[in-house]
Structure formats: C-alpha cells, structure tokens
Design a protein around this ligand. Structure first.
Ligand code: PHE
Length: 507
C-alpha cells in the first residue's frame, strides 16, 4: 500500500539530533482533541508510465466533460470519473458549520494582512499545476495514475500551489477577475501576501485517512529585497544566526523541535544571500508556529469551557517538529509535523519560494516563502474525527454537531455494521495494472459505501509467472444499515467491471 508521504515532495531526511525549544505564548492548558491519524496528502512516488490498458479503462466516452458548468473537450488523458466530478460542487469550505470551514476561518483570522481566497475553480491547466512550479516532465505527480485529468492540458488541481504564479502575476497581468475573488482584497492590495483554501484532487488508496478529494491552505508571503535589507540591518546578532532552529518560541501548548540546517542537503538558492534566507525562514516558521499554537490553544479552551473529554485520549502537549523536505518549487524546504498519540503527523510542506516563480510573476525584486497545510489532518486532530469520509457526510448526526467559530470534540454516533468482501484475480499478461485503478473503480461503483480497500494477498505463480492479487473491500454506510444482498449486488458489479475495464481474470 502507499506510504503516507507528501505527494509532491520526495522525502529527504538526513538523520539529525533533535533540539527541543519551548514556546512562550500564554498559559492556556493543552488540547486533548484529535484524530488518530489522517492525511494531508498521501501518495508515494509511483510509476511514471501510463499504459494503454489504463487509458482504455479510464477513457470517458463522451467527447466533452462538464465540470462546474463548463464543457471541456476530452482526449486520451481524460480519466476523471463522475463520482469525482460530483465532488467539485460540494463546496464544504463554504458551509459555515462544517469543521473544514471552521478551521479555514480560524486560519484566515491568523493572517489578517493576507488576501484570502476560497473560491478559485479546481479546474486548472497542467501548466499551472506543474510547469509553472518547475516540475520535471517525468515527475511522478504528473502521471495519470496519480492525477485526475480533464484532458491533456487541463486537470483537477492536485495542490493549492497551482495558484502561486497566477495570483502573484495577477497584478502585473491585470487579471482583475482573479483579484476580485479575494474575500478581502484590500488586505494585500498588490497580492504580495495571500492564502488560498481549496479542494484538491489526487488518485489514491481508500481507507479511513485517505480520500481522493481533500482540502489545503496555501500561504504565500513576499517581501521587497529592500524591506528585507532594512529588517536585517535592524536585527540583533542573535537573530541573524543562520540556524533555522532559532525560530522557536516557547509555549505550553506546543514544543517546537527543530534541528534543521540550511546546507548541502537542503540548499539555499544562488539568487539569495544567506541573510535573506535566514530572514525568510525565521519569518515563515514563526508565522506557522504562531498559527498552529493559536489553533491548538483555541481547541483546548473550547474543550475546557465545555467540559468535554475528547474521545481521542488525554494528550496534553503537542510537540511540533520541522524536518527537511524537497519540493520542486521551494528551496530550502521543510515539512512540519505534530506529535499526536505517539505518531508524527505531517501537516504541512513549506519553504523559500523558487526565485524563478517570482521573476516570472514580474516581481524580480521580491523574495518570499510559501506553505501548504492539509486541512483534513488538522481538522481530524482538532475535532476528533476519525474517519475522513465523515467530512463528506450530510448525516445530521455529523453536521449537527458543529457551529461556526467553535472547536468541539465530535461524539461518534453508532457505527453501522460493515461487511467485507474479497476479490482475487490474476493480473493481465502485460503489466498494465495499477492499484489506483482498482481504487477508482470501486469508488465509482460503490460510492461512499466503500470504507476501505486493502491488498491482503499477492504472489507470482512459480510456473506461469502470472501475478495474483487479492483485495478485501470493506463496505459500510455512514448513515444507514446495508443488507448483505445489497452489498452482493455491488460486489458483483465491481467484479464484472474489473474484468471489463482492467483486463484481470477472476479466480
Ligand atoms: N503543494 C505542496 C503539496 O501539496 C505543499 C507545499 C506548499 C510545499 C507550499 C511547499 C510550499 O505537497
């Protein structure tokens, strides 16, 4: 199965000793909210090849595809199924009582001087999503097995970074229709600082913490080089230390763990001076630390005032650590992780923006940093939601538990019984099989009735060399009981489609 790594980053973690800093930001108690585990994005770099069988399997017959009211011409790249298209209009971030929308507003409040976007269309160009950010032509993220394409040049954004160049360039290119979409376009009139909250789409495995649609919050902050020079001049010697670990504060809610160093493994760009990088990194980490602490603190306060006890355990402190990472559009780069119930949860990728992006945007005299937070992961932690599918539920027992501006622990309602069905098959002779094709096929057939799909057996026949797989599909409705007969019908359909669309031989 796929490992939980940031999709677009390839991990690069030199062993390092940890330096623990404490934060100092008030005396509030500590949160006990949270979820067991969850996903910002979970996708390991996979094969870059797209086989004929896959493109056949995913080909959408009609010549145009309607996405949010616009008809797009289809081609060999088209692989976005109706169940995914249906999600583009759900607008969870615009439902004020939805946990993801509550979290979005909390983050927006933390950055009052940034322009706030939350209505940008999920349909973007391949150029926006990949080329503008310096993705190599053979980057695994571009593969049809990982990304939902509308056609070769158009796709459902896989990350909010797709809007970086577009929003930075909006002023110089006079794209006022884009600028007008900021909820507070007075806040950063030249769009030199902005946040983008949005739904993002990635073909992925199915389980309680992975869903092919999730939400991210992009943060971009740029400074003029002159402004940075002045600030550096005013800084004390200690603040000029190029170690990034000195961006720690102390607080009782979160302890910052940061021993990362800008160097060969996580290099600065030749376009920047060491002082500029130190300034940007410190500014970025401080902004992000402050935001996370604010949010965790609010969660604790809400919990304490309501006297609720979180179902997710009695954790009272949240160590937050920084680790080296790699993204094509930042250097140096990091990931931020929060320790929750003994497990480090990756909640964010970030780094110093590649200068080429700012140059292309017509801002060669500015430098900047960017981050991308996964909202589901934080929301699962804050609201104690254990199954990512619940965010898509319209069951009043879920949606009725939340209200705008309030963080409270979700009280799980009785789970409906689940039903497991196995399917075993021989792989097609040519190696055209990709696990994500099964995930999409099952989701397309069973919708949100599918709780998880797990590989339980895999072997190669010693004589014929044929590959065999057995997957267990767990069916469970979030809002009703399902009968065995009903599931049998769905399972039969899944089996039939696997033969027709993936070319497997059932065993
Ligand atoms: N877009 C990256 C992802 O989804 C996260 C990121 C955003 C990293 C901004 C660096 C800067 O994986």
């Amino acid at each position: 199965m796929l490992a939980a790594t940031l999709l677009l980053g390839l991990r690069n973690r030199p062993a390092h000793s940890l330096l623990i800093c404490t934060f100092n930001r008030g005396t509030q108690g500590l949160s006990r909210h949270a979820a067991r585990t969850c996903a910002v994005s979970a996708r390991a770099p996979l094969s870059t090849s797209c086989t004929r069988r896959q493109s056949e399997a995913s080909k959408i017959e009609s010549k145009t595809l309607d996405v949010l009211g616009t008809a797009y011409a289809t081609d060999d790249w088209t692989n976005t199924p109706p169940a995914i298209l249906a999600k583009t209009g759900r607008n969870l971030l615009h439902q004020p009582s939805h946990p993801l929308a509550i979290l979005k507003e909390l983050i927006f409040k933390e950055f009052p001087t940034f322009a706030h976007y939350d209505s940008l269309s999920p349909v973007v160009s391949t150029h926006q999503n990949f080329d503008s950010l310096g993705f190599a032509q053979d980057h695994p993220g571009r593969s049809k097995t990982d990304t939902y394409y509308v056609n070769q040049n158009t796709l459902l954004r896989t990350h909010t970074s797709a809007h970086q160049l577009q929003l930075l360039a909006a002023i110089s290119q006079g794209e006022h229709n884009v600028l007008m979409q900021a909820k507070n376009n007075f806040a950063a009139p030249r769009n030199e600082r902005f946040l983008v909250a949005a739904d993002v789409y990635r073909r992925d495995e199915i389980d309680a913490s992975h869903y092919p649609v999730f939400h991210q919050m992009e943060g971009v902050c740029t400074f003029s080089r002159e402004e940075v020079r002045d600030k550096i001049r005013q800084a004390t010697t200690a603040e000029r230390d190029s170690r990034t670990g000195d961006a720690c504060h102390s607080d009782q809610v979160a302890q910052m763990v940061d021993a990362t160093v800008v160097g060969e493994d996580n290099p600065m760009q030749s376009a920047h001076s060491a002082e500029e990088v130190a300034f940007l990194v410190k500014n970025m980490k401080q902004a992000m630390n402050d935001m996370v602490v604010q949010i965790l603190t609010k969660a604790v306060a809400a919990q304490q005032s309501s006297g609720e006890v979180s179902a997710s355990g009695s954790q009272t402190q949240f160590p937050v650590r920084w680790i080296d990472a790699y993204f094509p559009f930042t250097s140096p780069s990091w990931e931020m992780e929060v320790l929750f119930q003994g497990e480090w949860l990756e909640i964010c990728g970030c780094g110093v923006m590649k200068q080429e992006i700012l140059n292309q945007a017509g801002m060669p005299d500015r430098i900047g940093w960017a981050f991308g937070f996964g909202l589901e992961r934080l929301a699962m932690l804050l609201f104690g939601v254990h199954d990512i599918r619940l965010f898509w539920s319209s069951d009043s027992r879920f949606v009725g538990q939340f209200s705008p501006g309030r963080i409270n622990s979700f009280r799980p309602f009785s789970r409906h019984p689940s039903c497991a069905k196995d399917v075993s098959f021989w792989l097609p002779a040519e190696s055209t099989f990709h696990e994500n094709d099964i995930m999409d096929l099952v989701r397309e057939t069973a919708g949100d009735l599918v709780e998880g799909v797990k590989l339980i057996d895999s072997f190669t026949h010693p004589k014929t060399g044929k590959g065999s797989r057995c997957y267990r599909i767990n069916y469970c409705s979030m809002d009703r009981n399902v009968t065995n007969e009903e599931i049998n019908v769905v399972q039969e359909l899944v089996r039939k489609r696997m033969v027709e669309q993936l070319g497997v031989t059932l065993r």
